[in-house]
Design a binder for this molecule. Structure first.
Ligand SMILES: Cc1cc2nc3c(=O)[nH]c(=O)nc-3n(C[C@H](O)[C@H](O)[C@H](O)COP(=O)(O)O)c2cc1C
Length: 335
């Protein structure tokens, strides 16, 4: 008989939650705090683009992991051809034996091959079955099911459909749900659907350790779900942002010319790189302390976020809520 191993055993963590990678948001302090609290902390390699930064951080995280083995850490690599840092960052990660990877937006084959050489695990962001099939064929270790309303590049499909569909097509692979999860009840709900854990992004923008400017944090606390809109203007792919006056001015969809340039085989790669570089700059101007632009990426879960708390407290709250939600379901809902 095949014994199913839990996500906690597979990823060497205490609690089945990932602190999701967030461009310009994830930082060293958040990674350390998440690991200490027993979850999987993941950051995008693109947050550490200056020479030597990524290698230094990985050395520190490896040292911290020896002291705090309850949690673990991973790196998010954008495997799209338009990411000029991809090859270099993969090499640095492999040299430092990063234990876990999340790939997004392209073909994860090379990351999986390199990671498996030393026993690291690779989960792939997926929003539909067609992309999941490619990742499965490339031998990924699991999926991050990115559903509707997630912060960043949200998917078009609700988690209530995406999670069971992934489980049906690929029953041997763990699935982690991403999008809209803030509370323990949210975590329980995706587990009931068949997910093995949750990846939580937007909630952690309002953690104490996060160094984005105070206005961004307060905008998340004030915003409701209807204040979140999708725009393709920042990266070419649909991305969720708070609908500020600046977002309205930038617009939500690419022009016919931009779409032509993004689809034409001769201009596609370079035009997408240009759009992404401009988008990065716009976001950067809005996120860093002392910057006053207002283009803020966040998911629909802003509706449920009311405070700024230390990471450890956010995680312990989710644990407590999870257990009470489970008790409540057991006590009250026998049909
Ligand atoms: C500000 C922000 C930046 C993000 N940047 C990335 C990124 O660089 N790479 C990535 O794979 N996902 C990125 N995401 C998506 C998250 O990893 C995760 O899938 C998402 O936040 C989950 O949904 P939630 O925000 O509703 O919890 C980002 C999300 C946010 C809110």
């Amino acid at each position: 008989m095949k014994v199913k191993i839990t996500l906690q055993e597979l990823l060497k963590i205490d609690f089945p939650v990932i602190m999701a990678p967030m461009f310009l948001v994830s930082n060293k302090e958040m990674m350390m705090a998440g690991m200490k609290a027993g979850i999987m902390s993941v950051f995008p390699s693109l947050n550490f683009r200056n020479e030597g930064e990524l290698a230094t951080l990985l050395t520190e995280l490896n040292a911290a992991h020896l002291v705090n083995p309850k949690g673990n850490y991973g790196v998010n690599l954008i495997v799209q051809k338009t990411n000029p840092y991809y090859k270099k960052h993969l090499q640095i990660c492999v040299e430092h034996k990063v234990p876990f990877y999340i790939t997004s937006l392209g073909n994860p084959k090379e990351v999986i091959e390199e990671a498996h050489k030393y026993g690291a695990k690779v989960f792939c962001d997926v929003t539909n079955i067609a992309h999941a099939k490619k990742c499965y064929e490339a031998n990924c270790d699991g999926f991050i099911a990115v559903g509707q309303g997630a912060g960043g590049h949200a998917g078009p499909n609700p988690l209530q459909v995406l999670i069971p569909a992934l489980k049906e097509h690929f029953p041997d692979k763990p699935v982690i749900a991403a999008g809209g999860i803030v509370t323990g009840a949210g975590l329980l709900s995706v587990k009931v659907l068949g997910a093995d854990g949750a990846s939580i992004g937007t909630r952690f923008i309002t953690c104490k350790e996060c160094k984005v400017n105070e206005e961004y944090k307060q905008a998340i606390i004030k915003a409701g779900m209807d204040d979140i809109v999708m725009t393709t203007k920042l990266s070419g792919s649909p991305c969720t942002i708070i609908d500020t006056a600046e977002a309205k001015k930038m617009g939500y969809t690419q022009s016919a010319f931009e779409r032509f340039m993004s689809n034409n085989p001769r201009t596609k790669k370079w035009f997408k790189m240009l759009v992404q570089a401009r988008g990065m700059k716009k976001l950067e101007d809005s996120v860093l302390p002392n910057n006053y632009s207002k283009l803020w990426c966040a998911g629909k879960s802003v509706e449920l976020i009311k405070d700024v708390l230390p990471c450890e407290q956010i995680i312990s709250q989710i644990k407590t809520e999870f257990n009470s939600a489970l008790e409540e379901v057991n006590d009250n809902n026998r049909l």
